[in-house]
Design a protein around this ligand. Structure first.
Ligand code: SF4
Ligand code: SF4
Length: 358
């Protein structure tokens, strides 16, 4: 089925009603991205994210993943919480990072789990489209391993790939989620936008762990987002002191990006920061029992990492706070010195050893 532009404009209008900021249309021939994907995997940059490799070239071949797919609708949803002070929000976030006793959760994870929000709204968008054009084949994804999400987004005009590898746009920065609907109707492809990183290398320079090993190339094994969320075992010793007070994710390469002056607030209340996840002392979050953890992270993406990794991450941050002379860090760590988990005990022991020599 060939459908002309008015339908795309209509999809955009329906999407806006559902809280999306922009719609794009990508084709399904991503073959030129396959080589880069294979090289990244061959370097082992995906770390323990085996699922990245599992799907192989199917990731770059939407029609193999979902037979019958001929177009991909890409959707962008801005996520800055609605009370973000847009004039200086990047400075506010850097100031938080400079307070060693404060626990920093990545901005995107302070509210509801975006997987749930986007999946439900993409499903609703597909229903609304079907109400207008009749039934059609489709499948929705958000942040899902089999999909080359950033590639589809950049091909369909959502932005360009920055040197930090994320998609960013001149009018919206990079603080947005992406979702896709694979569809069996042919839609006119959107024009990609031109890249505007120029000679800037701020994201590469600011990265605490030097995880952006070259422009457009991320070694996930060094990335704090990966280490605090995806990585299951002990955090490499040499990276722990570089993690500062970041306990879930990391935003530094986005905070420094000049284009994020134009980042947008969410149209939805879902991503507003929950009480208990911003402005909190590391010691307070370290004191959460497993029941507390489950209660406070209900419906949050943080719940996925479980209490053990939560404690592991906070132990590292408390060790860094202890080294910075933060009072109370040693006492907080001591409460978990006999924790039943070997992983937690080892990170607590490392953290306690960070006490500066007198
Ligand atoms: S998220 Fe943090 S650790 Fe990862 S690349 Fe960006 S700045 Fe580096
Ligand atoms: S910080 Fe600079 S190099 Fe990095 S994504 Fe932003 S504009 Fe591009």
């Amino acid at each position: 089925m060939i459908v002309s532009h008015p339908l795309v404009a209509r999809i955009q209008a329906l999407a806006r009603e559902l809280g999306f900021s922009q719609i794009g249309i990508a084709g399904v021939d991503l073959s030129s991205a396959e080589e880069g994907l294979m090289q990244w995997l061959a370097h082992g940059f995906h770390g323990e994210m085996k699922y990245m490799a599992t799907h192989g070239t199917r990731r770059a071949r939407p029609a193999e993943l979902v037979p019958g797919t001929v177009s991909v609708i890409t959707a962008r949803m801005d996520y800055l919480p609605r009370d973000t002070p847009l004039d200086d929000w990047q400075t506010v976030e850097f100031d938080r990072l400079a307070r060693p006793g404060e626990a920093i959760v990545s901005v995107y994870a302070r509210g509801r789990d975006y997987h749930k929000v986007l999946r439900a709204r993409l499903a609703r968008l597909a229903e609304r489209i079907a109400e207008e054009v009749g039934p059609f084949g489709h499948r929705a994804f958000t942040d899902s391993a089999p999909v080359l999400e950033a590639e589809l987004a950049s091909r369909s005009g959502q932005g360009w790939r920055g040197k930090h590898t994320l998609v960013l746009d001149r009018s919206a920065g990079s603080m947005f989620f992406l979702g896709e609907i694979y569809v069996d109707m042919a839609l006119p492809e959107s024009e990609p936008v031109t890249a505007h990183c120029g000679s800037c290398s701020a994201c590469i320079d600011v990265c605490p762990t030097k995880a952006i090993v070259a422009p457009y190339r991320l070694d996930a094994r060094r990335c704090i987002s990966y280490l605090t969320i995806e990585h299951g075992g002990p955090i490499p010793l040499e990276l722990r002191p570089l993690m500062g007070n970041r306990i879930y994710g990391c935003d530094d390469c986005q905070l420094i990006c000049p284009w994020n002056k134009f980042a947008k607030k969410s149209a939805l209340p879902d991503f507003d920061a929950r009480e208990g996840l911003t402005g909190q002392a590391l010691a307070a979050l370290f004191a959460w029992s497993e029941e507390d953890f489950l209660r406070f992270t209900e419906g949050s993406p943080i719940r996925r990492i479980g209490h053990e990794r939560w404690l592991r991450n906070i132990a590292v941050a408390l060790g860094n706070a202890l080294r910075a002379g933060e009072s109370g860090a040693a006492e907080a760590l001591a409460t978990r010195a006999s924790h039943p988990s070997e992983l937690v005990r080892e990170h607590v022991a490392w953290a306690l050893a960070q006490r500066p020599e007198r």
